[in-house]
Design a protein around this ligand. Sequence first.
Ligand code: WTA
Length: 664
Amino acid sequence: MGEIKSMADENRMFPPPKEFVDQAYVKSREEYEKMWKQSVEDPETFWGNLAKDLYWYKPWFKVNREDFAKAEVEWFIGGKTNLSYNCLDYQIEKGKGDKVAIIFQGEPEDDVKKITYKEMLSLVSKFANVLKKKGVRKGDRVAIYLPMIWQLPVAMLACTRIGAIHTIVFGGFSAEALRDRILDAGAKILITANGYWRSGKHVSSKANADKALELCLAEGHTVDKVIVVRRLEDLDVPMKEGRDTWFEDEMAATDIDDVCPAVMMDAEDPLFILYTSGSTGKPKGALHTTGGYMVYAYATVKYVFDIKDTDVYFCTADIGWVTGHSYVVYGPMLNGATSIVYESVPTFPKPDRFWQIIEKFKVNVFYTAPTAVRALMKEGEQWPQGRDLSSLRLLASVGEPFNPEAWLWFHKYIGGEKCPITDTWWQTETGGHMICSLPGAIPTKPGAAGLPFFGVKAVVLKPRSSGDEPAVECDVNEGGELCMARSWPGMMRGVFGDPERFYNTYFIQQPGYYFSGDGARKDEDGYFWLLGRVDDVVNVSGHRLGTAEIEAALNSYEGVAESAVVGFPHDIKGEDLYAYVILKTGVQPSDDLKKALVAHVRKEIGPIASPGKIQFVSGLPKTRSGKIMRRILRKVASGEIDQLGDTTTLADPSIVDEIVAGRQ
Ligand code: WTA
């Protein structure tokens, strides 16, 4: 530990090995800077050239137009294309038809399916025809609630083929969370599975889906069609006559052709909606559009993963999150790569499952999250040491700052000290990587996210206290708010169904800039170091959770008067949730009540949102105007009780003593 700490203090750099540099697309910082400069000063040429690597029915007449201060952004204006066509037909035209596009590894070891680009095209076309038969048309929303199985990319590519807007809901979300997303998107069709494997057990997705649809009905919204993948042969689930059909039966129907022309989409036509948490109680539907997202997903996989035709690539993220959208499915397929879809957890049957998959398929590029690395590091290095990981040439990370201790373990035991590690900072909103060091060009510093990707004009701004203050950049190494000074192609274009919310959420904090919600500092070498969220969002095991949503869930439980949820540091998860709960008069605090509250949050949102600690309190520290002083709650939750700062402005300072005394 001492050694690691001092390394972090020294700002040690790890330059990429020469063999890596020799074969990399970008080989030096100078080369990167030249390209970056062109990407922001002359996007017309830079992005125009990159976009030409892809297929367009009709070219754009202008690459980019924006009034950034008003959150108005367009890319590849007038261009017509199709994402599914580019991921499939275009790859086949380039001679990759017999190359494996997706390797599916189920939880059971022998459950493997390798799907070539040609086979994928046939499956996707068939399923697109199934969707059409069900009445799905361009612009319709299709809700997808599937586990990590190969039918998920098939469903996504089928939607984008016909211009339907998919909204994927992470399989770990509850029926209530699924209902909210279906309602907000106005989806009339749902694709789900009977269930999936999790640590040797069956989990049913259909039960949650059925409940969600009942809840939708109670709100007056009917989902008319449900397509169910029979993932588990022997798991019986009720099928509703006239509404539910099996995926396998639909695909085998005699009237289903395996040819389906891709719909010509305008570059700015909606592509997908993905719900994400923010500082209000209601998740927002981040809306991405076709052309810009496509080019950005393509470009980031090419340069950040330095992807080569021979690479086998493994991203461990769930497709239910944006990382899975851009970096399990679309980005790799736009590059004609081979991408692994793994159904289950890293620890089943043993804590070497990732390492075993790397060995089995000779993975070259491995993309995962620090929380997974920390959890596997805890299991010991004998697990990776028992596997042949020599095929790896590049490691990458996403989701939260990579603590140097876990970084060094990853570097030594997984990368064999020969693989560069590229950290990637980005968000659901950004569509693709934003801050990330190109692996052949930029030496890495453990714990730093690195330098901006092409097209990204990142700045760290001083927090403003009033609406009239101008935006001011921070000094070197001074912490501030991470913002963007211009648009990039993969940026979200709006909040679905709520146009004003986009502007109001991201463009008000620092007028003229996109505000990420993250704190950061920029060091003397221009590297960005992420400092965590500055808003009320907590990052638990890489899952982004809005504390307001969890508070709303707690407050909806009988007997709860009010609550406040904050994050606190956790060894494996990065952060965990600490809930302060005020009970209604006459309700007795008890351990059973705590358990009931946890169960309630799991039911309302999902297991990922379970508070790690609950403390019953008689009041919350509030200012005289009634604002909860979250800073104090965070300090108490983190055990920093001697650094509470000034509490004299509180309406009732004595409440702080009570909270400190009852700390969990
Ligand atoms: C955090 C996931 C530090 C950050 C792609 C961001 C990170 C939020 C990193 C987005 C990283 C993601 N270093 N923090 N490399 N990557 N984050 O929308 O707080 O699920 O705002 O997108 O995760 O989470 P989201």
